[in-house]
Design a protein around this ligand. Sequence first.
Ligand code: NAD
Length: 350
Amino acid sequence: MQPDLLLPPGERLGWAIVGLGDFACNQILPAFAACGRSKVTAVVSGDRAKAERVARQYGVPAHGVYTYETFDQIRDNPEIDVVYIILPNAMHAEYTVRAAQAGKHVMCEKPMAPTGAECRRMIDACAEAQRKLMIAYRAHFEPHNVEAQRLLREGAIGELKLIVADHARLLDPQQPQDRWRTQRELAGGGALVDIGIYSLNAARWFTGEEPTGIQATEFSTPGDERFREVEESISFVLRFPGGVIANCLASYGVERCKRYRLLGSEGWLDLDPATEYHGNRLVVGTAKGHEERIVAAGNQFAREIDHLSECVQENHEPQTDGLMGLRDVELIQAIYQAAGITGGEQTRER
Ligand code: NAD
């Protein structure tokens, strides 16, 4: 990857942003300023006035403004190469398939979709259209995470033995972006699908293996309306074939915490925070003591976006592809099952 390559505007790929919510407007659209291979050429929203306002802010031409009803007309816009889907989780499959059928490459937010069947539909639609599909696992492009992976591979902490990974925040349905997250039909699950997925994906990424053993338990405060349909807290333990055990927590009911620690036979790597938008930190500990590793800051969103543009331009597969997204979704279902929450029947009396 060449994250610092700056192509002239005419050689950059054009991106359509679908869904102008919190994450799209506050993180993704501003990140294009740091991109070298990608530019915004279209926006898609249910709110036409908002779409026009955002289009003006980012220099998107009037013919690059779409609604969900006119979305399929992107097929006729040669200025759009890639579609970035930033909608509630249950809408990812529909818009990925429609984008692929319109002949566009797709970046889709995590979690890929609520079910494995939807993920397979997304993979098949992109394969059939011969378009790339990438799932937006930004940690794979975040400099502290990348450095931790490099240190691990070069043996800085000996043999990896244990992973502890926690992701938590307070769910606040007063905020529009948290309203649909309380609804199983739109979110597909609670803390696990939204933020616990970072712990799950990190455990797979750092071990380079697939878990063969899963244990889990969950708890949701009785009478708390936020957790009528989706789980509040879940604890899961993954056992990997090489012997690593990952102990993970995800919660919507406690203060913000996004960290992991990789424990090896000769030391540990502490990422705390590990998956914030900004301000992540990496500390390396060995028998000699511990020290913070200063890592050059880089815009993880811009790197992620440019990675897909590079894959399209140079015809290789994204590091975080549809199969990675599918596997996480299948494991999420297995974790729910281990916790006694069985597929699709998660609304129940508490
Ligand atoms: P949001 O609610 O702020 O944005 C969702 C957008 O979809 C809104 O503009 C909303 O108007 C639109 N929408 C269209 N149909 C809708 C419907 N039926 N119900 C509700 N909204 C509808 O949410 P968000 O926090 O921006 O999350 C969007 C996606 O991005 C999710 O998949 C989420 O997991 C993902 N996300 C990823 C990260 C990350 O760090 N990678 C961070 C936040 C969110």
